[in-house]
Design a protein around this ligand. Structure first.
Ligand SMILES: CCCCCCCC(=O)SCCNC(=O)CCNC(=O)[C@H](O)C(C)(C)COP(=O)(O)OP(=O)(O)OC[C@H]1O[C@@H](n2cnc3c(N)ncnc32)[C@H](O)[C@@H]1OP(=O)(O)O
Length: 194
């Protein structure tokens, strides 16, 4: 046994997160990181179009309107779609730390059914950092930031380099992305910051 665990509870030795000095200002909208991202991309007609804003700690908030294309049962959001909205919001926390990270583990509690047309108010924060692992928690509330609690999640993200995407992504999309100066600028912003 290696003793390694993927549990979303920070281990001994984990440290509190530090907001990067170049993190987006509180209230600033964090734009889509990729046009064709199912979570936030404007180029995906049935995507979630999650819109994330920086918080004043190592946290973000977001809104997501459940559309007809997101149903799992009649008139209700699909659980996997809701988990995606949480994943997207949690993933945006990388902007607050200025690190690139991918979801390693995402545990979700579904507390209330979420009807189509609901605006979900999502909030996510980094709770601890341990080496390359970023521990985070998120909530989703119905109708407003203080609305009924519908979703709760805990997650572990793992820091990676840009090479992770270049190595694993389908070549056509990687080449198109590398040819887009705006996209390259986003990646560089993370890489030049320690
Ligand atoms: C702005 C951006 C918004 C993005 C929003 C959307 C986010 C996403 O959905 S990302 C896509 C979904 N996720 C993925 O595709 C990830 C797929 N997995 C992988 O690529 C790899 O398994 C990866 C990178 C997570 C880890 O691999 P690798 O770099 O080799 O890590 P490895 O050296 O084994 O482990 C490093 C540490 O992470 C831990 N770890 C590895 N995998 C996991 C995991 N799944 N869960 C928790 N911890 C993990 C290890 O235990 C280790 O911890 P320690 O340092 O304490 O021993």
């Amino acid at each position: 046994m290696s003793g390694r665990t993927t549990a979303p509870t920070p281990p001994d030795g984990a440290v509190p997160p530090v907001r990067h000095p170049d993190a987006p200002a509180p209230g600033e909208t964090i734009g889509s990181h990729y046009e064709y991202c199912f979570g936030c991309g404007p180029g995906v007609p049935h995507g979630l179009h999650v819109e994330v804003r920086a918080g004043d700690g190592v946290c973000v908030s977001a809104e997501f309107r459940v559309k007809e294309a997101h149903q799992g049962a009649p008139g209700l959001a699909h659980g996997g779609v809701l988990a995606t909205a949480l994943d997207e919001t949690l993933g945006s926390l990388g902007w607050m730390l200025r690190v690139i990270a991918v979801t390693g583990r995402l545990e979700t509690d579904f507390l209330l059914p979420v009807p189509v047309d609901t605006v979900l108010h999502l909030h996510a924060e980094v709770t601890a950092v341990h080496g390359r692992k970023i521990y985070a928690a998120a909530t989703g509330r119905i109708g407003g930031p203080e609305g009924p609690l519908a979703l709760r999640a805990e997650a572990v993200f793992v820091e990676v380099k840009v090479d992770h995407f270049i190595e694993h992504g389908r070549p056509a999309e990687i080449q198109a992305t590398l040819a887009n100066p705006d996209q390259v600028k986003v990646a560089r912003a993370f890489e030049v910051n320690p």
